[in-house]
Design a protein around this ligand. Sequence first.
Ligand code: F6P
Length: 369
Amino acid sequence: MRVGVLTGGGDCPGLNAALRAVTKTLILQHNSEVVGIRDGYHGLISRNIQSLSYQDVSGILTRGGTILGASNKANPFNYHPSGGADVSAKAVKTYRDLDLDALVAIGGDGTMSIANRLSDLGLNIVGVPKTIDNDLVGTDRTFGFDTAVSIATEAIDRIHTTAQSHHRVMIVETMGRYSGWIALHAGTASGADVILIPEVEYDVEAVAEVCEEREQGGQRFTIIAIAEGAKPIGGERAVRERIEASTDPVRLGGIGRVLAEQLKDEINSEVRTTILGHMQRGGTPTSYDRNLATIFGTRAATLVAEQHYDVMVALQGNTFTQVPLSDVADNIRNVPLDDPLIQAARQVGTSLGVSDFDREVETAPSSAE
Ligand code: F6P
Protein backbone atom coordinates (compact mmCIF):
# COMPACT_ATOMS: atom_id res chain seq x y z
CA MET A 1 0.00 0.00 0.00
CA ARG A 2 0.93 3.61 -0.48
CA VAL A 3 -0.50 5.78 2.28
CA GLY A 4 -0.48 9.58 2.68
CA VAL A 5 -0.40 11.28 6.07
CA LEU A 6 -0.93 14.93 7.01
CA THR A 7 -1.22 17.07 10.15
CA GLY A 8 -3.99 19.68 9.73
CA GLY A 9 -5.27 22.58 11.84
CA GLY A 10 -3.37 24.22 14.68
CA ASP A 11 -0.43 22.22 15.97
CA CYS A 12 -0.35 20.55 19.38
CA PRO A 13 2.04 18.39 21.40
CA GLY A 14 1.91 14.75 20.27
CA LEU A 15 1.65 15.27 16.50
CA ASN A 16 5.11 13.85 15.92
CA ALA A 17 4.35 10.90 18.20
CA ALA A 18 1.27 10.18 16.06
CA LEU A 19 3.24 10.55 12.79
CA ARG A 20 5.84 8.14 14.13
CA ALA A 21 3.19 5.62 15.15
CA VAL A 22 1.33 5.75 11.82
CA THR A 23 4.52 5.50 9.77
CA LYS A 24 6.31 2.80 11.77
CA THR A 25 3.18 0.60 11.97
CA LEU A 26 2.51 0.89 8.23
CA ILE A 27 6.15 0.09 7.39
CA LEU A 28 6.78 -2.65 9.97
CA GLN A 29 3.41 -4.40 10.08
CA HIS A 30 1.97 -3.78 6.63
CA ASN A 31 4.98 -3.40 4.34
CA SER A 32 3.62 -0.07 3.12
CA GLU A 33 5.11 3.08 1.68
CA VAL A 34 4.29 6.33 3.51
CA VAL A 35 4.03 9.76 1.88
CA GLY A 36 4.09 12.84 4.14
CA ILE A 37 1.87 15.71 2.94
CA ARG A 38 3.34 19.05 4.02
CA ASP A 39 1.46 21.89 5.76
CA GLY A 40 -1.87 20.14 6.16
CA TYR A 41 -4.21 20.21 3.18
CA HIS A 42 -1.99 22.86 1.48
CA GLY A 43 0.35 20.02 0.54
CA LEU A 44 -2.45 17.97 -0.96
CA ILE A 45 -3.65 20.91 -3.06
CA SER A 46 -0.20 21.95 -4.27
CA ARG A 47 1.47 18.52 -4.23
CA ASN A 48 4.01 19.48 -1.60
CA ILE A 49 5.14 16.11 -0.26
CA GLN A 50 8.02 14.11 1.17
CA SER A 51 8.49 10.40 1.57
CA LEU A 52 8.57 9.18 5.17
CA SER A 53 10.96 6.36 5.97
CA TYR A 54 11.44 4.54 9.26
CA GLN A 55 14.54 6.69 9.88
CA ASP A 56 12.63 9.91 9.15
CA VAL A 57 10.32 9.29 12.08
CA SER A 58 12.93 7.91 14.48
CA GLY A 59 13.79 10.24 17.36
CA ILE A 60 10.71 12.48 17.00
CA LEU A 61 8.50 10.92 19.70
CA THR A 62 9.25 13.60 22.28
CA ARG A 63 9.40 16.62 19.97
CA GLY A 64 6.64 19.26 20.01
CA GLY A 65 5.15 20.62 16.78
CA THR A 66 5.06 18.54 13.61
CA ILE A 67 7.87 17.62 11.23
CA LEU A 68 5.38 17.93 8.34
CA GLY A 69 4.18 21.45 9.15
CA ALA A 70 0.52 22.28 9.78
CA SER A 71 -2.02 24.85 8.66
CA ASN A 72 -5.48 25.91 9.75
CA LYS A 73 -5.91 27.97 6.58
CA ALA A 74 -5.90 25.25 3.92
CA ASN A 75 -9.52 24.35 3.29
CA PRO A 76 -9.71 22.86 -0.27
CA PHE A 77 -13.41 23.80 -0.42
CA ASN A 78 -12.73 27.46 0.42
CA TYR A 79 -9.10 28.04 -0.55
CA HIS A 80 -8.00 31.60 0.14
CA PRO A 81 -4.73 31.61 -1.83
CA SER A 82 -7.17 31.11 -4.76
CA GLY A 83 -9.69 33.73 -3.59
CA GLY A 84 -11.89 31.37 -1.58
CA ALA A 85 -12.36 28.98 -4.53
CA ASP A 86 -13.30 25.31 -4.34
CA VAL A 87 -10.04 23.58 -5.32
CA SER A 88 -10.99 20.18 -3.96
CA ALA A 89 -10.51 18.72 -7.46
CA LYS A 90 -6.78 19.57 -7.12
CA ALA A 91 -6.61 17.72 -3.80
CA VAL A 92 -8.32 14.69 -5.35
CA LYS A 93 -5.96 14.85 -8.35
CA THR A 94 -2.85 14.86 -6.13
CA TYR A 95 -4.22 11.85 -4.24
CA ARG A 96 -4.83 10.00 -7.52
CA ASP A 97 -1.53 11.09 -9.15
CA LEU A 98 0.40 9.90 -6.10
CA ASP A 99 -1.44 6.59 -6.42
CA LEU A 100 -2.44 6.68 -2.76
CA ASP A 101 -4.57 3.86 -1.37
CA ALA A 102 -5.54 5.91 1.67
CA LEU A 103 -4.89 9.10 3.61
CA VAL A 104 -4.45 9.43 7.39
CA ALA A 105 -5.63 12.92 8.43
CA ILE A 106 -4.42 13.94 11.89
CA GLY A 107 -6.33 16.99 13.09
CA GLY A 108 -9.18 18.69 14.89
CA ASP A 109 -12.76 19.43 13.90
CA GLY A 110 -11.82 21.52 10.84
CA THR A 111 -9.54 18.76 9.53
CA MET A 112 -12.22 16.10 10.16
CA SER A 113 -14.92 18.19 8.44
CA ILE A 114 -12.70 18.53 5.36
CA ALA A 115 -11.80 14.83 5.52
CA ASN A 116 -15.49 13.95 5.58
CA ARG A 117 -16.14 16.03 2.45
CA LEU A 118 -13.10 14.56 0.67
CA SER A 119 -14.27 11.05 1.52
CA ASP A 120 -17.54 11.92 -0.27
CA LEU A 121 -15.33 12.63 -3.32
CA GLY A 122 -13.91 9.12 -3.16
CA LEU A 123 -10.78 9.45 -0.99
CA ASN A 124 -10.17 6.68 1.56
CA ILE A 125 -9.54 8.48 4.83
CA VAL A 126 -8.90 7.56 8.45
CA GLY A 127 -8.89 10.44 10.96
CA VAL A 128 -6.79 10.80 14.12
CA PRO A 129 -8.12 13.27 16.73
CA LYS A 130 -5.73 15.92 18.06
CA THR A 131 -6.33 19.28 19.71
CA ILE A 132 -5.49 20.93 23.00
CA ASP A 133 -9.20 21.91 23.19
CA ASN A 134 -10.46 18.31 23.69
CA ASP A 135 -13.63 19.34 21.86
CA LEU A 136 -13.99 16.64 19.19
CA VAL A 137 -17.26 14.74 19.12
CA GLY A 138 -17.00 10.94 19.39
CA THR A 139 -13.89 10.73 21.57
CA ASP A 140 -13.46 11.40 25.28
CA ARG A 141 -9.86 12.52 24.74
CA THR A 142 -7.79 14.12 22.02
CA PHE A 143 -4.02 14.12 22.33
CA GLY A 144 -2.51 17.51 23.13
CA PHE A 145 -5.10 18.22 25.82
CA ASP A 146 -3.21 16.62 28.70
CA THR A 147 -0.08 18.62 27.88
CA ALA A 148 -2.03 21.90 27.63
CA VAL A 149 -3.67 21.19 31.00
CA SER A 150 -0.26 20.48 32.59
CA ILE A 151 1.17 23.72 31.25
CA ALA A 152 -1.87 25.76 32.36
CA THR A 153 -1.82 24.06 35.78
CA GLU A 154 1.81 24.96 36.33
CA ALA A 155 1.14 28.54 35.21
CA ILE A 156 -1.75 28.92 37.67
CA ASP A 157 0.37 27.39 40.46
CA ARG A 158 2.99 30.06 39.81
CA ILE A 159 0.37 32.83 39.70
CA HIS A 160 -0.87 31.59 43.09
CA THR A 161 2.26 32.62 45.00
CA THR A 162 2.45 36.10 43.51
CA ALA A 163 -1.30 36.59 44.11
CA GLN A 164 -0.77 35.67 47.78
CA SER A 165 2.15 38.08 48.18
CA HIS A 166 0.32 41.10 46.75
CA HIS A 167 -3.21 40.26 47.96
CA ARG A 168 -4.45 40.53 44.40
CA VAL A 169 -7.17 39.06 42.23
CA MET A 170 -5.34 37.21 39.47
CA ILE A 171 -7.13 36.15 36.29
CA VAL A 172 -5.59 33.45 34.08
CA GLU A 173 -7.08 32.99 30.61
CA THR A 174 -6.73 29.62 28.91
CA MET A 175 -7.40 28.60 25.31
CA GLY A 176 -10.11 26.10 24.35
CA ARG A 177 -12.38 27.90 21.85
CA TYR A 178 -16.05 27.29 22.64
CA SER A 179 -15.45 24.63 25.28
CA GLY A 180 -14.10 24.93 28.80
CA TRP A 181 -12.16 21.67 29.13
CA ILE A 182 -8.72 23.26 29.64
CA ALA A 183 -9.92 25.92 32.13
CA LEU A 184 -11.95 23.35 34.09
CA HIS A 185 -9.17 20.76 34.32
CA ALA A 186 -6.30 23.20 35.00
CA GLY A 187 -8.43 25.35 37.28
CA THR A 188 -9.51 22.40 39.42
CA ALA A 189 -6.00 20.89 39.49
CA SER A 190 -4.50 24.16 40.71
CA GLY A 191 -7.26 25.00 43.19
CA ALA A 192 -8.54 28.12 41.41
CA ASP A 193 -11.23 29.86 43.46
CA VAL A 194 -13.36 30.69 40.43
CA ILE A 195 -13.55 28.78 37.14
CA LEU A 196 -15.38 30.43 34.24
CA ILE A 197 -16.22 28.32 31.18
CA PRO A 198 -18.29 28.94 28.03
CA GLU A 199 -20.84 26.35 29.11
CA VAL A 200 -21.89 28.50 32.12
CA GLU A 201 -22.38 32.22 31.49
CA TYR A 202 -20.89 34.13 34.42
CA ASP A 203 -22.40 36.81 36.61
CA VAL A 204 -19.86 39.60 37.32
CA GLU A 205 -21.47 40.38 40.66
CA ALA A 206 -21.21 36.76 41.77
CA VAL A 207 -17.50 36.70 40.84
CA ALA A 208 -16.95 40.01 42.67
CA GLU A 209 -18.71 38.60 45.72
CA VAL A 210 -16.28 35.67 45.87
CA CYS A 211 -13.31 38.09 45.71
CA GLU A 212 -14.75 40.34 48.42
CA GLU A 213 -15.69 37.46 50.71
CA ARG A 214 -12.19 36.02 50.45
CA GLU A 215 -10.62 39.43 51.14
CA GLN A 216 -12.82 40.00 54.17
CA GLY A 217 -12.41 36.45 55.40
CA GLY A 218 -8.63 36.83 55.54
CA GLN A 219 -7.73 34.89 52.39
CA ARG A 220 -6.63 38.07 50.76
CA PHE A 221 -6.25 36.88 47.18
CA THR A 222 -8.39 35.18 44.53
CA ILE A 223 -7.40 33.06 41.53
CA ILE A 224 -9.77 33.05 38.57
CA ALA A 225 -9.27 30.58 35.70
CA ILE A 226 -11.26 31.74 32.68
CA ALA A 227 -11.63 29.98 29.30
CA GLU A 228 -11.20 32.21 26.26
CA GLY A 229 -14.75 31.33 25.15
CA ALA A 230 -16.42 32.34 28.43
CA LYS A 231 -18.87 35.23 28.41
CA PRO A 232 -20.90 37.19 30.96
CA ILE A 233 -24.65 36.71 31.23
CA GLY A 234 -26.21 38.75 28.45
CA GLY A 235 -22.73 39.72 27.13
CA GLU A 236 -20.50 38.83 24.20
CA ARG A 237 -17.53 36.55 23.70
CA ALA A 238 -14.19 38.39 23.30
CA VAL A 239 -12.98 38.04 19.72
CA ARG A 240 -9.24 38.60 19.15
CA GLU A 241 -9.38 38.61 15.33
CA ARG A 242 -11.00 37.02 12.28
CA ILE A 243 -9.00 34.86 9.87
CA GLU A 244 -11.25 34.38 6.87
CA ALA A 245 -9.11 31.63 5.31
CA SER A 246 -9.74 29.38 8.29
CA THR A 247 -12.51 26.77 8.59
CA ASP A 248 -13.55 28.64 11.74
CA PRO A 249 -12.56 32.28 11.07
CA VAL A 250 -13.18 33.51 14.64
CA ARG A 251 -10.17 33.69 16.96
CA LEU A 252 -11.23 34.16 20.56
CA GLY A 253 -9.12 35.88 23.20
CA GLY A 254 -9.11 38.75 25.68
CA ILE A 255 -12.08 37.87 27.92
CA GLY A 256 -9.66 37.89 30.89
CA ARG A 257 -9.01 41.60 30.32
CA VAL A 258 -12.74 42.27 29.89
CA LEU A 259 -13.40 40.57 33.23
CA ALA A 260 -10.63 42.61 34.89
CA GLU A 261 -12.31 45.83 33.73
CA GLN A 262 -15.69 44.58 34.93
CA LEU A 263 -14.30 43.67 38.36
CA LYS A 264 -12.41 46.93 38.93
CA ASP A 265 -15.67 48.80 39.58
CA GLU A 266 -16.95 46.11 41.95
CA ILE A 267 -14.02 45.26 44.25
CA ASN A 268 -11.24 46.98 46.18
CA SER A 269 -8.37 44.59 45.42
CA GLU A 270 -5.98 45.10 42.53
CA VAL A 271 -6.66 42.89 39.50
CA ARG A 272 -4.11 41.46 37.03
CA THR A 273 -4.66 39.29 33.95
CA THR A 274 -2.37 36.70 32.35
CA ILE A 275 -3.27 35.26 28.95
CA LEU A 276 -1.47 31.94 28.48
CA GLY A 277 -1.95 31.79 24.70
CA HIS A 278 0.12 29.56 22.44
CA MET A 279 2.43 28.50 25.26
CA GLN A 280 -0.27 25.85 25.90
CA ARG A 281 0.42 24.33 22.46
CA GLY A 282 4.20 24.30 22.45
CA GLY A 283 6.94 21.98 23.61
CA THR A 284 7.24 18.33 24.47
CA PRO A 285 4.08 16.24 25.05
CA THR A 286 3.35 14.62 28.41
CA SER A 287 3.77 10.85 28.66
CA TYR A 288 -0.04 10.49 28.52
CA ASP A 289 -0.23 12.40 25.23
CA ARG A 290 2.73 10.48 23.75
CA ASN A 291 1.02 7.20 24.56
CA LEU A 292 -2.43 8.31 23.41
CA ALA A 293 -0.97 9.56 20.12
CA THR A 294 0.91 6.29 19.74
CA ILE A 295 -2.20 4.15 20.29
CA PHE A 296 -4.31 6.36 18.01
CA GLY A 297 -1.60 6.30 15.31
CA THR A 298 -1.12 2.53 15.38
CA ARG A 299 -4.88 1.95 15.30
CA ALA A 300 -5.29 4.31 12.34
CA ALA A 301 -2.61 2.37 10.44
CA THR A 302 -4.38 -0.90 11.25
CA LEU A 303 -7.73 0.47 10.05
CA VAL A 304 -6.06 1.53 6.77
CA ALA A 305 -4.63 -1.98 6.35
CA GLU A 306 -8.11 -3.43 6.96
CA GLN A 307 -9.54 -0.95 4.41
CA HIS A 308 -11.84 0.38 7.11
CA TYR A 309 -12.23 3.98 5.91
CA ASP A 310 -14.20 7.19 6.54
CA VAL A 311 -13.81 6.85 10.30
CA MET A 312 -11.86 8.59 13.07
CA VAL A 313 -10.10 6.60 15.78
CA ALA A 314 -11.48 7.40 19.23
CA LEU A 315 -11.29 6.70 22.95
CA GLN A 316 -14.63 6.13 24.70
CA GLY A 317 -14.29 5.36 28.41
CA ASN A 318 -11.51 2.76 28.53
CA THR A 319 -12.24 1.45 25.05
CA PHE A 320 -10.45 2.34 21.85
CA THR A 321 -12.83 2.36 18.92
CA GLN A 322 -13.69 4.38 15.80
CA VAL A 323 -16.57 6.67 14.83
CA PRO A 324 -17.85 7.76 11.39
CA LEU A 325 -16.21 10.98 10.12
CA SER A 326 -19.71 12.27 9.38
CA ASP A 327 -20.51 12.18 13.13
CA VAL A 328 -17.45 14.29 13.93
CA ALA A 329 -17.76 16.83 11.10
CA ASP A 330 -19.18 20.30 11.80
CA ASN A 331 -19.72 19.60 15.48
CA ILE A 332 -18.01 20.31 18.79
CA ARG A 333 -18.11 18.67 22.21
CA ASN A 334 -18.84 20.91 25.19
CA VAL A 335 -18.27 20.15 28.87
CA PRO A 336 -21.51 18.51 30.10
CA LEU A 337 -22.78 20.33 33.16
CA ASP A 338 -22.97 17.04 35.09
CA ASP A 339 -19.28 16.35 34.40
CA PRO A 340 -17.75 14.78 37.56
CA LEU A 341 -15.06 17.47 37.68
CA ILE A 342 -17.67 20.26 37.70
CA GLN A 343 -19.49 18.48 40.50
CA ALA A 344 -16.25 17.95 42.46
CA ALA A 345 -15.13 21.55 41.99
CA ARG A 346 -18.45 22.78 43.35
CA GLN A 347 -18.27 20.41 46.30
CA VAL A 348 -14.93 21.88 47.40
CA GLY A 349 -16.35 25.38 47.17
CA THR A 350 -15.09 26.49 43.76
CA SER A 351 -17.33 29.10 42.17
CA LEU A 352 -18.52 28.69 38.59
CA GLY A 353 -19.34 32.39 38.51
CA VAL A 354 -23.06 32.20 39.23
CA SER A 355 -24.54 32.42 42.71
CA ASP A 356 -27.38 30.07 41.92
CA PHE A 357 -25.60 27.52 39.76
CA ASP A 358 -28.40 24.96 39.91
CA ARG A 359 -30.79 27.36 38.24
CA GLU A 360 -28.15 28.02 35.58
CA VAL A 361 -27.71 24.29 34.96
CA GLU A 362 -31.24 24.18 33.64
CA THR A 363 -30.80 27.12 31.29
CA ALA A 364 -27.17 26.98 30.08
CA PRO A 365 -26.60 26.29 26.36
CA SER A 366 -25.52 22.71 25.61
CA SER A 367 -23.38 23.65 22.60
CA ALA A 368 -21.66 26.68 21.09
CA GLU A 369 -23.90 28.80 18.94
O1 F6P B 1 -7.80 24.88 18.48
C1 F6P B 1 -6.59 25.11 19.13
C2 F6P B 1 -6.43 26.58 19.47
O2 F6P B 1 -5.20 26.76 20.14
C3 F6P B 1 -7.57 27.19 20.27
O3 F6P B 1 -7.56 26.85 21.63
C4 F6P B 1 -7.38 28.64 19.98
O4 F6P B 1 -8.58 29.35 20.12
C5 F6P B 1 -6.93 28.64 18.54
O5 F6P B 1 -6.40 27.35 18.28
C6 F6P B 1 -5.89 29.67 18.20
O6 F6P B 1 -5.67 29.65 16.84
P1 F6P B 1 -4.43 30.34 16.13
O7 F6P B 1 -3.23 29.47 16.37
O8 F6P B 1 -4.81 30.41 14.70
O9 F6P B 1 -4.26 31.69 16.78
